[in-house]
Design a protein around this ligand. Sequence first.
Ligand SMILES: Nc1ncnc2c1ncn2[C@@H]1O[C@H](COP(=O)(O)OP(=O)(O)OP(=O)(O)O)[C@@H](O)[C@H]1O
Length: 232
Amino acid sequence: MSLLELDDVHTYYGESHILQGLDLSVEDGEIVALVGRNGVGKTTTLRTALGLTPPRRGTVRFKGEDVTGTEPHTIADSGMGWVPEDRRVFAHLTVAENLRVAAHAAVDPDARLDEAYDLFPALERFADKEAGDLSGGQQQMLAIARGMLGDNDLLLVDEPSEGLAPQIVSDVVEALRAASADTTMVLVEQNFRLAMDLADRFYLVDHGVVVEEGDTAGVTSDDERIRRYLTA
Ligand SMILES: Nc1ncnc2c1ncn2[C@@H]1O[C@H](COP(=O)(O)OP(=O)(O)OP(=O)(O)O)[C@@H](O)[C@H]1O
């Protein structure tokens, strides 16, 4: 049984038919990357899994259960976490308060916070700083740490490297790599090399369907079957 399974999903925004029969599956313990040009439907795929934009046709299964049409908060409560593109940290709460909100359901929230600080030492240094005053990279790490503290079975991470300087991206990559030891992830990522580097498997999306998929080992953007879908 796959942890997450999208089977022939068709998702619309109004009359715009965005996902046009997309299939994917995610197995326990792996990192799966969704890659492809801007606007092909990667974020919509995450939103479909989360129930934020339910499909008009097709099936979403999470942990073997059909969750198509289930309310997003119910899907989230069953163990699907989301680190959205815009990060959405609580700007006027401190870093520690942000983490505490995320860990509220844990048996021992303090112990969970310590684990998060082990993984993301920078967050401990800024524990008392308001999240809104952090840099983009620090906010991204806080958003990832919050996703992890939710004790999710699956974490959907949207564009973690977007808008970050290269040096900061490598810190975020290390944080994601560390986080992936405990959490299965789906990663939407514009940076193809970074996606191949982090993920075990990839799905290349174009016009709302999967056009290539496979193991990431040895795959490069020079590969002819990949290149034609990445260049405009
Ligand atoms: N709320 C919305 N209402 C209408 N159309 C939307 C909405 N959100 C996204 N779209 C359109 O749906 C298509 C797919 O968008 P989506 O965000 O899933 O693409 P993407 O592959 O994640 O690309 P990006 O990296 O630009 O976010 C795009 O054409 C986009 O303009």
